[in-house]
Design a protein around this ligand. Structure first.
Ligand code: FES
Length: 95
């Protein structure tokens, strides 16, 4: 675990994870079709996308890889509590 990073608040399917850099609000992107790897550790410098930091920091957390089949605006969950990950389902507003 990187220095200065605490555990708590956010979970990944019931597991503790690192405190994200960004807070719990979704990140809205104009997505393009293709294979996407969305960060689940919260440490990427390219949020909402994985930049490999999870491996360099030995978090034990892996990105969520999905096939996006259509272009358009997408809200990517950052609270990690959505029932429809990687997409935001509004759960962050009830935390
Ligand atoms: S950098 Fe966060 S899951 Fe890869």
């Amino acid at each position: 675990m990187p220095t200065g990073v605490t555990r708590g608040l956010y979970g990944l399917q019931g597991e503790a994870m690192t405190e994200p850099k960004h807070g719990a609000l979704p990140i809205v992107v104009e997505e393009t079709p293709g294979t996407k790897a969305y960060c689940q550790c919260g440490l990427s410098d390219k949020l909402p996308y994985c930049d490999g930091t999870h491996g360099r920091e030995n978090t034990g957390i892996r990105p969520m890889v999905v096939e996006v089949d259509s272009a358009g605006k997408k809200a990517i969950c950052q609270c990690h509590q959505s029932k429809n990950k990687p997409w935001c389902d509004g759960t962050h507003s009830r935390l």
